[in-house]
Design a protein around this ligand. Structure first.
Ligand SMILES: Cc1cc2nc3c(=O)[nH]c(=O)nc-3n(C[C@H](O)[C@H](O)[C@H](O)COP(=O)(O)OP(=O)(O)OC[C@H]3O[C@@H](n4cnc5c(N)ncnc54)[C@H](O)[C@@H]3O)c2cc1C
Length: 202
């Protein structure tokens, strides 16, 4: 929708019932002086350059914090060092961290599926299976999403998924599958999304 608004230069009228703008991207102070953040206070990268430009113009004092978003994959990796059972998020990018057999089947399924041109996905289960394959779906996508959304994947539609579920660049993934854990950890630190940027207003 927002793409269409920008592309077609549609004029929109924004109505606000509160006396201040901001919606959930706002903090309120109570009478004891505590500040409550209602929602979003952290921004990641945005595909909208105007938004990124506006944020950098408005906020001078950014704090950059290393991102530590990891998924527990101990049921697959089963390493004696508990730290090694966590892989960076999104997990579809972390196939190189899996043991050889799971890594190969996940990668091969994704490669085969990438050659299928026409996909008709009735629901989120079909979308994830036809995009990431049955191995990744069973070891991560299904248990994770059913926990988060509390409904079977078959009952969720997939309209939202293309813009919210990170896609994988297969060529890069294949190259990364040849790296060892140390090389992957080093590479992880160089990714743009390895840091969160946030603004503190004191
Ligand atoms: C706890 C929490 C943490 C979050 N953290 C992050 C984060 O760190 N990073 C991130 O990117 N996203 C985060 N989000 C998600 C993010 O807050 C939302 O995606 C975003 O605020 C949505 O923006 P919006 O303008 O669509 O809606 P909102 O921010 O909800 O704004 C809707 C506005 O409409 C007004 N309104 C409602 N009804 C009417 C009416 N009848 N008439 C007139 N006005 C009305 C409301 O007062 C409100 O100001 C978080 C959300 C929550 C709840």
């Amino acid at each position: 929708m927002e793409d269409q608004i920008i592309k077609e230069k549609i004029q929109v009228v924004i109505l606000e019932k509160e006396s201040e703008v901001g919606g959930l991207a706002k903090s309120i102070s109570d009478k004891r002086g505590f500040t409550w953040d209602l929602g979003v206070h952290i921004t990641g990268g945005s595909k909208y350059l105007k938004f990124t430009h506006m944020m950098h113009k408005t906020i001078k004092d950014w704090n950059s914090v290393p991102r530590r978003v990891k998924a527990y994959m101990g049921h697959i990796i089963n390493d004696g060092n508990p730290e090694n059972n966590y892989v960076p998020y999104p997990v579809q990018e972390s196939i190189p961290y899996f043991p050889k057999d799971v890594k190969n089947s996940s990668l091969n399924e994704m490669k085969e599926l990438s050659n299928v041109k026409e996909k008709f996905n009735e629901n989120f289960a079909e979308f994830t299976k036809s995009t990431f394959g049955s191995t990744l779906q069973e070891i991560f996508i299904r248990p994770y999403n059913e926990k988060v959304w509390t409904v079977p994947l078959e009952e969720m539609n997939s309209d939202w998924a293309s813009s919210r579920v990170p896609h994988v660049e297969l060529n890069k993934l294949e190259l990364r599958c040849q790296m060892d854990r140390e090389q992957l950890n080093q590479e992880e630190k160089t990714k743009p999304q390895s840091n969160f940027k946030l603004e503190f207003s004191l």
